[in-house]
Design a protein around this ligand. Sequence first.
Ligand SMILES: NC(=O)c1ccc[n+]([C@@H]2O[C@H](COP(=O)([O-])OP(=O)(O)OC[C@H]3O[C@@H](n4cnc5c(N)ncnc54)[C@H](O)[C@@H]3O)[C@@H](O)[C@H]2O)c1
Ligand SMILES: O=C(O)C[C@H](O)C(=O)O
Length: 315
Amino acid sequence: MRRAKITIVGAGNVGATCAHWCAAAELGDIVLLDIPQAEDMPKGKALDLMQASPIMGFDSAISGTTSYADTANSDVVVITAGIARKPGMSRDDLLGTNAKIVGSVAEQVKQTSPNAIIIVVSNPLDAMVQRVLQVTGFPSNRVIGQAGVLDTARYRTFLAMELGVSIEDISALLMGGHGDTMVPMPSCTSVGGIPILQLLDAKRLEEIVDRTRKGGAEIVGLLKTGSAYYAPAAATTQMVEAIVRDKKRLIPCAAYCDKEYGVGGFYVGVPVILGSDGVEKIVELTLTTQEQADFKKSVDAVQELVEAMGKLVNA
Ligand SMILES: NC(=O)c1ccc[n+]([C@@H]2O[C@H](COP(=O)([O-])OP(=O)(O)OC[C@H]3O[C@@H](n4cnc5c(N)ncnc54)[C@H](O)[C@@H]3O)[C@@H](O)[C@H]2O)c1
Ligand SMILES: O=C(O)C[C@H](O)C(=O)O
């Protein structure tokens, strides 16, 4: 079987770590791309990672480049290019800079890998993935954002820590945008099949949800020089795996919703089936009145951000 070709644009913390996880899982051959000003850095990281392969026992060819020609005809392209926030900043503060970077990356990907499935990671996520859709004109099933796998993983981690149980037994879902308005779904949270509210009171659950909402900022505050990358890269790798191995995973992703959930043409975190065609299905749940109200608030925040981006890119 032919190995998948996976390009990762942005060979910084998230990009290089994603290359690491993808190689370790033998998901395909990997091309790490960064800007010309980065000079030989992507080549250096790729060679270093390649030299881990005899020890770790993976067969993946990993190369680094600053030229899109080397990425031609990729099956999957992960976009991590852009700046990360520092303490005191919100993700939305990255909008102006990253909209330009991500727009130019999308233009190049459109030319060189017209059949690729694109996973966008750069922030502010929900606006950046919309930008990639606008610039590439790819069908929306092939332009997806990574946020929900990470946010749900944080939520599951905090629940496992709280309850002193294995992470393997925690099943959960968060929806909405990748920000303070993300929507927890207690009805979709269970531990070993037991509904979460039988194990934890509503007040404590709300505190855990609140920590999850601020999970990115918590890491920024600890690192001080940038933002999280191990868990974000692992989350992205799970999406790459779902696509290249046609796993049909049912996981939360930022997907383009029009009529779905009444969103009206924006990217927002929803449960999807992810396989070799990208988003193969958006799974529509019946939301409670409260969940509906919270979801609408989240969609409104995404819409505001996308409108602000429209003004910036057309200025
Ligand atoms: N969606 C999520 O869950 C999530 C999680 C973590 C980080 N992020 C976002 O991912 C982005 C990257 O984070 P990071 O920690 O890897 O940052 P980083 O600074 O370590 O790496 C970013 C890399 O992008 C490169 N780059 C900049 N412009 C480029 C261009 N035009 N083409 C190619 N490469 C370019 C930089 O040279 C740098 O190497 C940030 O915007 C961050 O906010 C999102
Ligand atoms: O918080 C950030 O700025 C990075 C990322 O979106 C995260 O949630 O870790």
